[in-house]
Design a protein around this ligand. Structure first.
Ligand code: VGL
Ligand code: ZN
Length: 198
């Protein structure tokens, strides 16, 4: 159990999209579907406690240095407005004022929900997320979603750097594991950065 949700807490639901979470997704994580009941329950819990819920989507152009075909490391995935970029159909999206952050939209490597890396400049550019959280008075962030070794890791590290209290819920996340053990190593790195694991 974590401290109850309250108005100073935000639940971030990271990249629960078909390409990561559905059979046939181009970067499908085999066990990703296992997180859905847990994630949906967590969304309900957060809402009951009056916490904000923010969803993210990896949202790439058709060509980006992020993709293998353009010199990057990933199969083509989460191309804007495609089936693969859509939320997994079982994810509960129950908010008429859906809070959504899309990342990688300009061809950047979009791992963190807080910052994107501009391909040509090695420079990090902020998304709108921090500004929104500050405007709501959010102090504490709870993280679920995909993938442990990329979006969850980089988002958590950025959140710590920005001074938020951060908790990652292990049952709500799964790793890509390009190299076996990447997910576990990412979690160890997060603990060293002061992230709570539950
Ligand atoms: C991600 C791999 C490629 C992520 C994004 O957001 O975790 N992983 N693109
Ligand atoms: Zn991506």
């Amino acid at each position: 159990m974590i401290a109850p949700y309250d108005a100073n807490t935000a639940l971030l639901v990271l990249d629960v999209q078909n390409d990561f979470a559905s059979p046939g997704g181009s970067l499908a994580i085999a066990e990703a579907r296992e997180i859905l009941p847990f994630v949906n329950e967590e969304i309900a819990r957060a809402r009951r406690g009056g916490a904000r819920v923010v969803y993210t989507q990896d949202w790439h152009p058709e060509s980006t240095p992020h993709f293998q075909k353009d010199g990057g490391i990933w199969p083509t995935h989460c191309v804007h407005d495609s089936w693969g970029a859509a939320f997994h159909p079982d994810l509960v999206i129950d908010d008429p004022m859906l809070q959504l952050i899309r990342k990688g939209t300009g061809g950047e490597d979009g791992y963190s929900a807080f910052t994107v890396m501009v391909p040509t400049s090695l420079e990090k550019k902020p998304t709108e997320l921090e500004q929104r959280l500050r405007a709501w008075g959010v102090k504490r962030i709870v993280i679920v979603g995909l993938a442990t070794d990329y979006c969850v890791k980089d988002t958590s590290l950025d959140a710590r750097r920005l001074g938020f209290d951060v908790t990652v819920l292990r049952d709500g996340t799964r790793a890509v594991n390009r190299t076996p053990g990447d997910g576990e190593r990412a979690l160890e790195e997060l603990v060293r950065a002061g992230v709570h694991l539950r």
